[in-house]
Design a protein around this ligand. Structure first.
Ligand SMILES: [Mn+2]
Length: 322
């Protein structure tokens, strides 16, 4: 599938629903709003459907009037759901409850950059060489001839800068920088955006980071770092679920660590696992063993079961590829 085919479908769509993955991040949200604002400019009716509220770190983004939160209780007549675009989601499970909307759409589109993407839509565009979906949407919006205003540029800049860790990760290319440069020409205020996205943290998150550091364990001569966050920790720190975002980097950043794991264990038996690597382990392969997915250096999965059992199995799986 090439981008121009998707562009033609989008041009003909009168109503477009956009949905990023659950536990939305900067790339999913920034890309969704950017596409929404761009399509609005050509007269399309747009709604961005999220699984949860906008994470507070991204509350400064424009386009809030486009955003709806799906709790499973909205009854949408089939004829109302024209085209649905899934963004930054590797498989249908990443759409959570909103899969009901997706399955009832006339036309389904999937735009993504995860190498584990299983091409679940009618029209799929997966570019694994793109740092972010934001980078793909920059091309798409440009090819559609829609002008970048400051709002669209800011959303794309947030998408690209967050997925590249502020242009530091190995997915950053010269093209990434060229696109960022062009977005700056469209009015992005880099200092303001960076301060809000990277350098602002709630007190509760700082407390969560403290608890995460206390839980930190190293294995295999310091090559594996393991952080565990339980419901008790969430309660005692007052942190929100979104505050767990990035906690895994505390382990990853330790000198000598190759693989870092953050396990968010809930009392209902569900475990959310974040995996990061520094230079050679392909963590998306490990996540796949648990029906998860992601990228070489950043992946994740959700597992059910006993925390100690899963932890020792995960450690075994990581040891095999160290
Ligand atoms: Mn992404």
């Amino acid at each position: 599938m090439i981008l121009i085919d998707i562009i033609n479908i989008l041009r003909e769509s009168k109503k477009v629903y956009i949905m990023p993955h659950v536990s939305v991040d900067g790339d999913g949200l920034g890309s969704s709003i950017a596409l929404g604002l761009a399509l609005e400019k050509i007269g399309t009716s747009v709604e961005v459907w999220l699984e949860e509220d906008v994470p507070s770190v991204y509350s400064f983004l424009p386009g809030s009037k486009l955003i709806r939160v799906y709790n499973g209780e909205v009854d949408l007549p089939r004829e109302d759901i024209g085209t649905v675009v899934a963004l930054d989601a590797g498989d249908l499970a990443r759409l959570g409850k909103r899969v009901e909307i997706f399955n009832n759409a006339e036309i389904t589109i999937n735009i993504d950059h995860h190498n584990t993407n299983d091409e679940f839509a009618q029209y799929n565009y997966v570019n694994v060489t793109s740092s972010s979906v934001g980078e793909i949407l920059y091309q798409l919006i440009k090819m559609m001839g829609i002008e970048f205003d400051r709002d669209i540029a800011t959303c794309l800049y947030v998408a690209i800068s967050t997925d590249t860790g502020g242009f530091r990760y190995s997915n950053t290319t010269s093209v990434t920088h060229q696109i960022a440069g062009d977005l700056l020409n469209s009015g992005v205020n880099v200092a303001d955006v960076s301060q809000k996205v990277f350098d602002t943290v709630s007190y509760e998150k700082v407390m969560l980071m403290g608890a995460a550091i206390n839980s930190l364990e190293l294995f295999e001569n310091g090559k594996i770092a393991f952080i565990t966050i339980s419901d008790d920790v969430m309660m005692s720190t007052g942190a929100k679920e979104e505050d767990c975002d990035g906690i895994v980097n505390i382990g990853r950043n330790i000198r000598g660590v190759e693989v870092a794991v953050m396990m968010r264990s809930r009392s209902d038996g569900e475990l959310k696992v974040n995996l990061r690597s520094n230079s050679y382990v392909n963590v998306s392969e490990i996540a796949k063993l648990y029906s998860g997915g992601g990228h070489k250096r950043a992946a994740g999965c959700t597992v059910k079961g006993n925390i100690e059992d899963i932890k020792s199995k995960l450690l075994d799986d990581i040891r095999k590829v160290l």
